[in-house]
Design a protein around this ligand. Structure first.
Ligand SMILES: *[C@@H]1O[C@H](CO)[C@@H](O)[C@H](O)[C@H]1NC(C)=O
Ligand SMILES: *[C@@H]1O[C@H](CO)[C@@H](O)[C@H](O)[C@H]1NC(C)=O
Ligand SMILES: *[C@@H]1O[C@H](CO)[C@@H](O)[C@H](O)[C@H]1NC(C)=O
Ligand SMILES: *[C@@H]1O[C@H](CO)[C@@H](O)[C@H](O)[C@H]1NC(C)=O
Ligand SMILES: *[C@@H]1O[C@H](CO)[C@@H](O)[C@H](O)[C@H]1NC(C)=O
Length: 704
């Protein structure tokens, strides 16, 4: 009976999510009611309510190993800043979480952010040094869990904010999946914590909604604006290890949402035509939802709620929220333009690095939930463009904010940003706020962890295209290994070597930009045939037991997109291109973010922690002729690291001329309309955006 009910509810949820009319769903609810009543009367605890499942399932962390350029990038992250924060970075090494006192805000989120990335970085690379760091932190956090279940050192209610715990739980979740021997103690600690959280939330949302300014955990209202995040961690526990504690977990999830709503942070009221801001700061009046990182996470809010609420309108609102965000504040590089608050479409406004990694994770979460092909493309766009552009090739320095038109990076005399300091574009340890120092390294490890997902009982999808190898078990103990050998996104051919004990369905996601006419697939060296996308945008291959070789190739074409002031940006397949300026690099030891001043040597990791200012040595004020673009592609092995100047094996050559373009106190004007050529026609070189550190992306068209 219990099983039958669970299946029925599941089937109904599926049925409803296929888009049936509301009256029909109401009818079903009415029909179902006696059934639920009977169940309640019989008191079947095991027939607890279900959360709506994801369409595609992620694999346990560690199932996918990186290869090729992506492995190199992850190794650089491990040998660079990300792999050394534990050794020296005061907000990690000496935070309240590790026996010190260093915190940059009452959110107490720094070491948790670090844990959320070190676990997937350590386990995707199988790196013993990083695994040891993760284990030391886990051991310490579990050993210091307080008698009432609280994770962390805070004892006063003013300091006990739920938000900072979210990343500790996310790190623990990934740990439990990667290291089954640790699952039990992690899950036990999570249950103790969820029970405490539930009882706190029942006391007028203690720890979630700040009561007054004394509640220092409420800094910036980020916790309450991101209430769905903790609910997401609790949903994992509910899905995977409910252990008879369903009522408390469900209660805590439900109250996280209710608290956020009570505090006027209901994202359903924001993703609405006429409410959602179509302009940037400072022209936005209602500022509750305009923080770019909040929004990068908030795009998941309606879906996280839908999992329990099951109201169809939340699905539409998710798609609406994503559409509004990118229609009015979308950058060509795939990220959101917000410095730190929404900034509209202007190419001289900034995007915070945290927005890149949060958008990547949101888009893979939404792809896994709905199977909407465009979301995976969005995750890829950020991963291959916006994010790497903000890092130094050795992964020791990052920008806090980047601009599409960024001809120089320096300690500016004046900036156009809404809420980012004048040092925010410098590449370094903590230019502007330290949150990006501890959050950005989650980008690629989580991208990789979402690159292959399960579909149904016996299907596997290559969702986020990249080089990697997955080992997993499908239906009937079918052990499967798939190796994806590719230079994607720099070259758009992928070769798969598959080894399977039994037959299964393999799906390759076909990006939406694919030109089907110049694409093809060949299986076991048979002749090339055309791609046949399924309704979900996959190429389906029915793989037999034994070995299979597949080669797939995606045709791509240039796409010239018109942006503000009739300026244009150039895309081709998964990559965005930009004028690749020559520059000189001046560096000094990394500065403290606030106040901006030198850091003592014992808070640096010398000689690696440097701040870099870049000054262009070639003209950047140009107009271009998009009809003149020639694509150049080089053969041979990829250079490493790939995201350095001149790294990628492809570039564009096009005609351009010099024009006037004003800069006032370091603030670049918008692209000039109808510019006049000051020079004759000349050739310029555009490179993949991720490899350009000083660049111009949105340029006016020259008159020929
Ligand atoms: C912090 O760094 C010091 C070296 O500066 C090291 O001895 C110590 O173990 C580190 N602490 C943690 C918690 O990693
Ligand atoms: C951080 O803690 C370590 C001991 O774990 C100590 O050696 C170091 O001086 C501390 N650093 C700072 C900046 O407080
Ligand atoms: C679903 O949400 C919509 C929009 O918020 C609301 O109008 C409607 O009443 C909700 N339906 C149910 C069954 O709760
Ligand atoms: C938003 O939706 C409209 C209508 O479906 C579509 O034409 C447009 O391309 C979408 N925009 C974005 C940025 O996704
Ligand atoms: C940045 O510029 C300010 C003046 O605007 C100056 O006080 C400060 O010393 C400069 N810092 C660095 C690291 O260049």
């Amino acid at each position: 009976m219990a099983v039958y009910n669970a299946q029925l509810l599941h089937a109904i949820a599926e049925f409803l999510s296929s888009g049936f009319q509301v009256y029909l769903s109401n009818l079903i609810c009415i029909m179902l009611r006696p059934l639920l009543l009977v169940q309640a009367l019989v008191g079947l605890a095991s027939a607890a309510e279900q959360l709506v499942p994801f369409k595609y399932q992620t694999l346990p962390l560690g199932s996918i190993k990186p290869l090729g350029w992506l492995r190199n990038q992850l190794e650089l992250s491990a040998s660079g800043l990300a792999g050394h924060e534990w050794d020296f970075y005061r907000f990690v090494n000496n935070s309240t979480w590790t026996g010190g006192t260093w915190e940059y805000s009452g959110l107490h989120e720094t070491a948790p952010y670090w844990f959320n990335y070190i676990v997937p970085l350590a386990y995707t690379l199988d790196d013993a040094r990083l695994k040891k760091q993760a284990k030391e932190f886990l051991d310490h956090v579990l050993a210091t869990q307080q008698a009432d279940g609280w994770l962390g050192t805070e004892t006063k209610s003013e300091e006990r904010g739920l938000w900072g715990r979210f990343f500790v739980l996310m790190g623990m979740i990934q740990y439990a999946e990667a290291e089954p021997s640790e699952t039990e103690r992690i899950v036990t600690a999570m249950h103790k914590f969820v029970n405490l959280a539930h009882s706190m939330l029942k006391q007028n949302y203690l720890g979630l909604v700040p009561r007054d300014a004394n509640d220092v955990f409420g800094a910036g209202n980020h916790g309450v604006t991101r209430a769905h995040e903790m609910a997401t961690a609790f949903q994992w526990l509910y899905d995977n290890h409910p252990n008879g504690n369903e009522e408390n977990i469900w209660g805590a999830i439900d109250l996280m949402f209710k608290g956020g709503i009570a505090a006027q942070r209901d994202w359903r009221t924001f993703f609405v035509d006429g409410v959602f801001p179509t302009v940037g700061m400072p022209d936005i009046v209602d500022r509750r939802f305009v923080h770019g990182v909040d929004l990068a996470e908030g795009m998941r809010w309606p879906t996280a709620l839908y999992r329990l609420d099951k109201n169809q309108s939340l699905i539409e609102q998710t798609h609406k929220g994503v559409n509004l965000t990118f229609t009015y504040h979308g950058a060509n590089s795939g990220t959101i333009t917000a410095d730190e608050q929404l900034a509209g479409m202007a190419p001289n406004r900034g995007s915070e690095l945290c927005m890149s990694v949060e958008t990547m994770w949101t888009m893979s979460y939404l792809y896994n939930f709905y199977g909407t092909n465009a979301y995976a493309d969005r995750a890829e766009k950020v991963a291959f463009n916006a994010m790497p552009a903000m890092l130094t090739p050795d992964w020791w320095g990052h920008q806090y904010a980047a601009m599409a038109n960024q001809p120089f990076v320096r300690n500016m005399t004046k900036s156009i940003f809404a809420n980012i300091g004048k040092y925010g574009t410098v590449f370094g340890l903590e230019p502007n706020y330290p949150c990006c120092t501890v959050n950005h390294p989650q980008g690629y490890p989580k991208f990789l962890a979402n690159s292959f997902v399960k579909y149904g009982n016996n299907g596997l999808i290559h969702a986020l295209l990249s080089p990697g190898e997955v080992k997993t078990i499908l239906a009937n103990n079918n052990q499967v290994t798939v190796t994806s050998t590719t230079d994607y996104p720099f070259r758009t051919t992928i070769t798969y070597s598959i080894n399977a004990v039994k037959a299964f369905d393999f799906y390759i996601r076909i990006p939406e930009w694919t030109v089907l006419g110049s694409s093809g697939i060949s299986i076991n060296s048979n002749s090339v045939s055309r791609l046949k996308p399924t309704a979900e945008g996959h190429q389906k291959v029915s793989v037999r037991a034994g070995k299979t070789e597949i080669t797939i190739s995606f045709g791509q074409q240039l796409e010239v997109v018109t942006r503000m002031n009739d300026a244009v940006a150039i895309h081709r397949g998964p990559l965005l291109y930009a004028l690749d300026l020559e520059y000189t690099d001046t560096s000094i030891p990394s500065q403290q973010y606030n106040p901006l001043q030198p850091l003592p040597d014992n808070q640096l990791y010398l000689p690696y922690t440097k701040d870099h200012s870049l000054t262009p040595t070639t003209p950047w004020a140009i107009a271009i002729d998009p009809k003149s673009i020639k694509v150049h592609e080089e053969g041979g092995a990829l250079r490493e690291p790939i995201y350095k100047k001149g790294g990628p094996p492809l570039w564009l050559e096009l005609d351009a001329c010099d024009i006037d373009w004003a800069v006032t106190d370091d603030i670049l004007d918008l692209p000039p309309k109808n510019p006049v050529c000051k020079s004759g026609k000349k050739k310029v070189r555009f490179a993949p955006y991720g490899s350009t550190k000083v660049r111009m992306t949105e340029l006016p068209i020259m008159k020929v």
